[in-house]
Design a protein around this ligand. Sequence first.
Ligand SMILES: [Zn+2]
Length: 406
Amino acid sequence: MVSINSSRLLADLDHLRRIGGMGTGVVRPAFSEKDMEARLWLKEQFELAGLTSTIDGVGNVFGRSKNDGPALLIGSHSDTQPEGGWLDGALGVIYGLEIVRAFQEDPSTKNLTIDAVSWQDEEGNFLSCLGSRSWCGILDDDIEKGCVSREGETLEAALKRTGLIDTPRLTVDEERYRGYLEAHIEQGNYLEDAGEKIGVVTAIVGIRGLTVLFEGEQNHAGTTTMARRRDAATAMFEMAYRINQEFPPVVNNRTVWTIGNAVIEPGAASIVPGRAELTVQFRDQDETLLNKLEQIVSSIANDINSRSVIKVQVVPSRAPIRPCNMHEEFIMKMGGAAELVVPGGWREMPSAAGHDPMVINEKLPCGMLFIPSIDGVSHNFKEDSHEEDIVIGCQVLADAAEAILK
Ligand SMILES: [Zn+2]
């Protein structure tokens, strides 16, 4: 069995943390000066590890093994949120690098083929999963033209500024790859609460977002009798209350839903609200369940409409994201690897956060693995994981990669 070098792994994570480091966190949004510095450093590390390394025209860093396929591609993203943690993305990229080196050092694995990658802009400074979309050939020209960073820079300007505008963009060679593996911090607290070390991801949850619009009649709060008023806010509160009553009997213990925004217009103490708006979002790995929840919201709306006092309309508030299943064989091999390293100390679980495999899954079988996040904190300078867990995660991913390729 291949054995990873834990001190080399931790030293490289520490090095990457310092590029754009701010206190305990990291500020390295896609195409920032620090992001590009990190990408050049990674390119150099991939080369030192014996890979042929390239930064492609959209900023993805690839390290390609000189061995022929079938290959596994292993990595994650090295860009961060505007106030990011040091492990979100970086963990999976350095795992890829370390697994490449560990495989080469072991005579029993040195002929197996591992390529490494750091995707660009998973965090969506310009467009979420920009790099993996480009690699999968599903980056739409019109969408690309509309990409603007949080600072107001167009993607085209960023590509010119970083000198990438005329660099070719690489796309997936489906013949070469058996699949893609990514490790990530959990960014939640299921593993820590259970005292477990590894989460084998079964699926990345789908997301639905709805806006519910309520139309009544704006009027005087003193002179309008209760019998004749058409109060849009009352209907909105009914909707919110009934969602929280009617969802629990049909969901599972991992389903989440959020009423993230509520607007009452005109929003004054002495005016009966004429208009109201509620934003509802729900996430689950089961598309049938997502359909069911959407139907519940519609049926509550129909019920309120049927009383002919308030007009209710339900519209999508965002493009739906479909649940994305990880590859069965990879789930099994990761579970087997986890059981050997931490017997009984792992679980299968869905990912409630989005990741590049949502995109890559369109082209290649994908597998994902989680390690525990301390207090479940992420997208925050305080984000952290125990060193011991970081090391265990890398060993499990290396063992799973070996099992898949052998
Ligand atoms: Zn991430």
